[in-house]
Design a protein around this ligand. Structure first.
Ligand SMILES: Cc1cc2nc3c(=O)[nH]c(=O)nc-3n(C[C@H](O)[C@H](O)[C@H](O)COP(=O)(O)OP(=O)(O)OC[C@H]3O[C@@H](n4cnc5c(N)ncnc54)[C@H](O)[C@@H]3O)c2cc1C
Length: 228
């Protein structure tokens, strides 16, 4: 399929929210949490990269959230695209989607928060009973992607808590600090009847998974997506 760029908006330093329209389709359906692949030829080689769908199905539109990897191959090309430019797209793919409603904790770092935006927007209006908590870690406050969206969801759904944490807080920050891991294990305490969804770079995802296993969590309770 061909995806035409409608908008690319800087939402944090080196991070953009992209809106594409799929040319061949009136509708592009997917489950929130899934991803698409973007393909482009660079130096004679076809490069394919995966990107989580950051919104909800909306006609032929898809929303993505991207970090610029300075020495990366595809992300600099995507950051240079102008509205009206096109790129090849395939998908949707992936099984990082909400299972049956259960008490749920989500852990994300950086752009790993992208799939949770659509997942929570779909799930919270459907499930007002189980508790949902999103622990979101970034370096500095300016990198709290979609903060307004998650804060709005927390205001309108009392069973959802949004817990941002910064590893390099400024003096004015009065919220949580440090890595997502410490907040996750404090929050879980002795509770084991919880599904944990993890999304971000491999180092964080593997660390959280290993510790959850040590704590006795079953494999099916740990659902994850690794970006590298
Ligand atoms: C299922 C899946 C979903 C993904 N969803 C997203 C997404 O929603 N948003 C997104 O920005 N990326 C996402 N990625 C990562 C993305 O596919 C690319 O790896 C990333 O854009 C870098 O590609 P590149 O060609 O520019 O860099 P490459 O030349 O491939 O360089 C790879 C380097 O980039 C680092 N890297 C990869 N992803 C990120 C990132 N998000 N932030 C910082 N460093 C990174 C890797 O650790 C590695 O060192 C996802 C990956 C997978 C497998």
């Amino acid at each position: 399929m061909t995806a035409r760029l409608v908008q690319s908006l800087e939402i944090a330093p080196d991070t953009r929210h992209f809106v594409f329209e799929i040319q061949e389709r009136d509708d592009f359906d997917y489950q929130p949490g899934q991803f698409v692949s973007l393909l482009h030829e660079i130096d004679g080689k076809s490069i394919t990269r995966a990107y989580s769908l950051a919104g909800l199905p909306d006609g032929n539109r898809v929303e993505l959230c991207l970090n610029l990897v300075d020495d990366g191959k595809l992300s600099p090309h995507l950051f240079a695209m102008q509205p009206g430019d096109s790129i090849d797209l395939k998908g949707p793919y992936g099984t990082f989607v909400f299972r049956e409603p259960r008490p749920t904790v989500m852990v994300a770092t950086g752009t790993g928060v992208a799939p949770f935006r659509g997942m929570l927007s779909r799930r919270l209006p459907q499930d007002e009973t189980h508790p949902y908590t999103l622990i979101f870690g970034v370096r500095e406050e300016a990198k709290l992607l979609y903060r307004n969206d998650f804060e709005r969801l927390a205001r309108t759904h009392p069973n959802f808590r949004f817990l941002p944490t910064l590893t390099r807080p400024s003096e004015s920050w009065t919220g949580r600090t440090g890595r997502v891991q410490s907040h996750l294990f404090e929050l879980l305490g002795d509770r084991r009847e919880v599904d944990v969804y993890i999304c971000g770079l491999k180092a964080m995802v593997d660390d959280v998974r290993a510790k959850l296993k040590e704590l006795g969590f079953e494999r099916k309770q740990i659902i994850f997506e690794k970006y590298d």
